[in-house]
Design a protein around this ligand. Structure first.
Ligand code: G
Ligand code: G
Ligand code: MN
Ligand code: NA
Length: 257
């Protein structure tokens, strides 16, 4: 069968799973959050990268049931980790596509998943891209206010790669900016001052707006040192940890605390 037909059956065939990537808080060395990243091992097509199947899931609307699966699986894993002794301040962060956000059901689905797994709303963060917030400003604003009322945090993913208008940052209830890897790639490199300047400027702006900043795609000790010197809040990337299977992530979290 084709890829879409296979994706349509991926949930019932138990072919989806989540990898979890730790996010390190630089001030105290604590793992503050883990980002849940979807993986698909298709019986027919083998292991397919999310960059390939997420756009397909978005075009076909399959991202809605898949997104519900992600929400439930991430909450179930976090609840299990808490029972195993993981610091209850740890958040799980999940990526949410435009189609999921714009459906009116999402806040109820999030509240139900939290309830089902006995988690406080403070345990969950939702990652949205700038383009989702800009393209659907009014409706996105309604959803974000519903999440704020629930107590769920909101992060802007891939920050800096989308639109240049920044006015939404103070109009919408956003908690966190995730600086895109493209900027982090260039920091701490002697011949690239622009990426370093953009990064320190985003950190300063976030500080002014009362937002937390995450640097994505941190791959070297020099990048981490730069972020530490410039008071970035949180670092995420291969230098801290690759995305891990749930059981390996649990060991990582228990070792780190
Ligand atoms: O895990 P990886 O870095 O390969 O992810 C590639 C892309 O897929 C990223 O843009 C990420 O945000 C997106 N992605 C990963 N997991 C999910 C998910 O559960 N839902 C949605 N909507 N996007 C995801
Ligand atoms: O768009 P989003 O930020 O959700 O995508 C995160 C993607 O970045 C995931 O596919 C994840 O596997 C990948 N990733 C996370 N850390 C690193 C890193 O240090 N280097 C590279 N190349 N990719 C990373
Ligand atoms: Mn993300
Ligand atoms: Na990102």
């Amino acid at each position: 069968a084709g890829l879409i037909a296979a994706l349509r059956r991926a949930i019932e065939r138990d072919e989806l799973h989540l990898a979890y990537q730790p996010e390190l808080r630089l001030a105290d060395g604590r793992i503050a959050a883990v980002e849940a990243l979807l993986r698909w091992d298709s019986a027919e097509h083998g292991s397919i990268a999310p960059d390939e199947f997420i756009p397909l899931a978005e075009e076909t609307g399959l991202i809605v049931p898949i997104g519900e699966w992600v929400l439930d699986a991430a909450c179930r894993t976090l609840a299990g980790w808490r029972r195993a002794g993981v610091d209850p301040r740890l958040k799980v962060s999940i990526n949410v596509s435009a189609l999921q956000l714009l459906r009116s059901e999402l806040p109820d689905a999030v509240a139900a998943a939290l309830r089902r797994h006995g988690l406080p709303a403070s345990a969950l963060e939702l990652e949205l891209t700038e383009s989702v917030l800009m393209d659907n400003a009014a409706l996105a604003g309604d959803r974000l206010r519903a999440f704020r009322d629930l107590g769920v945090s909101i992060a802007v993913d891939d920050f800096g790669t989308g639109y240049s208008s920044l006015s939404y940052l103070h109009r919408l209830p956003i908690n966190t900016l995730k600086i895109d890897k493209a900027f982090i790639d260039g920091i701490a490199s002697p011949d690239d001052h622009e990426d370093a300047t953009i990064t320190t400027t985003v950190i300063a702006m976030a500080r002014t707006l009362g937002l937390q900043v995450v640097a994505e795609g941190v791959e070297t000790a020099a990048q981490l040192a730069f972020l530490q010197r410039n008071a970035c809040d949180i670092a995420q990337g291969y230098w801290i940890s690759r995305p891990l299977a749930a059981d390996a992530c649990l060991r990582f979290l228990l070792d780190a605390q």
